[in-house]
Design a protein around this ligand. Structure first.
Ligand SMILES: NC(=O)c1ccc[n+]([C@@H]2O[C@H](COP(=O)([O-])OP(=O)(O)OC[C@H]3O[C@@H](n4cnc5c(N)ncnc54)[C@H](O)[C@@H]3O)[C@@H](O)[C@H]2O)c1
Length: 358
């Protein structure tokens, strides 16, 4: 049922919550940030001043009980995503949930069941999708110009040090729930499944080589898609120069992103026809894709369209579950030193989580 109201939003957590504020302010016709909630009153207050008629509060229970709020953006540490999402849905709120969507497939499935029963939307955050270059690639795929997917290479070469891990929940199984394949590469892996479709099997080597933390900070991953396409993903949190990069070889075109670390979907990408005579057709198709809002602004514009019943590309609970399914398979593959088949259902090893037992 289309809902044309301006949605009254609470941002829960004022760290990355600041980027949500940017995205929501860029879509004032659809959303109004009424509240910023953070245990740290000063942090909540600072972010709330960026809003319009926006309160700063520290009591999450009061936010969930406030009938005037109809959407909460969960920007809290990972361990809180599932319990707070479930409480918010049961309180009748729509929910936007930061990555990681959940810390096990069981939790992902519980959240989805509660959202369905409550008839509320539950939207995982995948803002990296929203950029012109990546939309151009999806357009070439959709109109049939790209051809069969062949191989992809992905790089998440970021840099994290002591200052990043000074926040106590980071770097731990109990707090962060996983390492670089859960927290950092999750974005390019989401983009990979958008472009190449479902993954059928994975192999993984993981290591902790950059920082003295519990969880992985380097990864070499190999993925086979249901289509037969192959992908490799290289991840480190110890790169001198921070870059993200995606390169997709299709039968008819090779597409390559720029190196922009947190916005790899954005232009300029290069699109090279395998048969040079077909480059003009590719270029003409690319020119059909108009610029739109990008990153968090694009994410919230899309959510606003979805609420209003307009055509939206929409990030769905299926995408959130799929991201956690991939992480589950990767940790299992690394632990067993063997390839793991997907999809994973409730009978799969690792359905309850991947953290080591002690
Ligand atoms: N989409 C992205 O690109 C992106 C980028 C960074 C972080 N994240 C995700 O966002 C989430 C938060 O990460 P962060 O870097 O902002 O962390 P952070 O620690 O900087 O911020 C989290 C905030 O939540 C507050 N908080 C914790 N418990 C609370 C409670 N019970 N009630 C109210 N406030 C509470 C903390 O005081 C803190 O200010 C994580 O899941 C992280 O993975 C996503």
């Amino acid at each position: 049922m289309p809902d044309m109201r301006v949605h009254e939003v609470a941002i829960l957590g004022a760290g990355i919550g600041a980027k949500h504020m940017d995205g929501l302010l860029a879509n004032r016709d659809r959303f109004h940030v009424a509240t910023v909630c953070d245990l740290d009153a000063e942090r909540a207050g600072e972010l709330a001043t960026r809003g319009e008629n926006c309160a700063a509060v520290t009591d999450l229970d009061a936010v969930l009980a406030d009938p005037a709020l109809d959407l909460v953006a969960i920007c809290l540490p990972p361990r809180l995503h599932t319990p707070i999402a479930i409480r918010a849905l049961e309180a009748g709120k729509h929910v936007v949930c930061e990555k990681p969507f959940a810390l096990s497939l069981r939790d992902a499935d519980r959240m989805i069941a509660v959202a369905n029963a409550a008839e509320r939307t539950l939207t995982p955050v995948f803002q990296y999708r929203y950029g012109l270059g990546f939309r151009q690639l999806l357009h070439l795929i959709n109109v049939g110009l790209a051809g069969d997917p062949l191989v992809a290479t992905l790089e998440t070469h970021w840099n994290r040090g002591e200052d990043y891990y000074a926040i106590p929940w980071r770097g731990t199984w109990a707090g962060e729930g996983g390492g670089c394949i859960l927290t950092h590469a999750i974005h390019v892996h989401d983009m990979l499944t958008c472009a190449f479709g479902p993954i059928a099997s994975v192999s993984a080597d993981l290591a902790t080589r950059v920082n003295p933390i519990e969880v992985d900070d380097c990864a070499a991953l190999s993925l086979r898609h249901a289509s037969g396409a192959l992908a490799t993903s290289s991840v480190t949190l110890g790169a001198a120069e921070e870059t993200s990069r995606l390169k997709f070889c299709f039968a008819n075109v090779t597409a390559e992103s720029g190196l922009e670390v947190y916005h790899p979907a954005e232009a300029p990408w290069t699109f090279t026809a395998r048969i040079p005579a077909r480059q003009a057709d590719i270029d003409a198709a690319l020119a059909m894709v108009a610029p739109e809002k990008e990153s968090f602004a694009g994410f919230y514009a899309d959510l606003g369209r979805e609420f209003a019943g307009e055509a939206a590309r929409g990030v769905s609970t299926k995408d959130g579950r799929q991201s956690i399914e991939l992480v589950t398979a990767l940790y299992r593959a690394a632990k067993m030193a063997q390839s793991v088949a997907m999809p994973l259902d409730a009978s799969a090893d690792g359905y309850d989580g991947w953290a080591p037992e002690d």
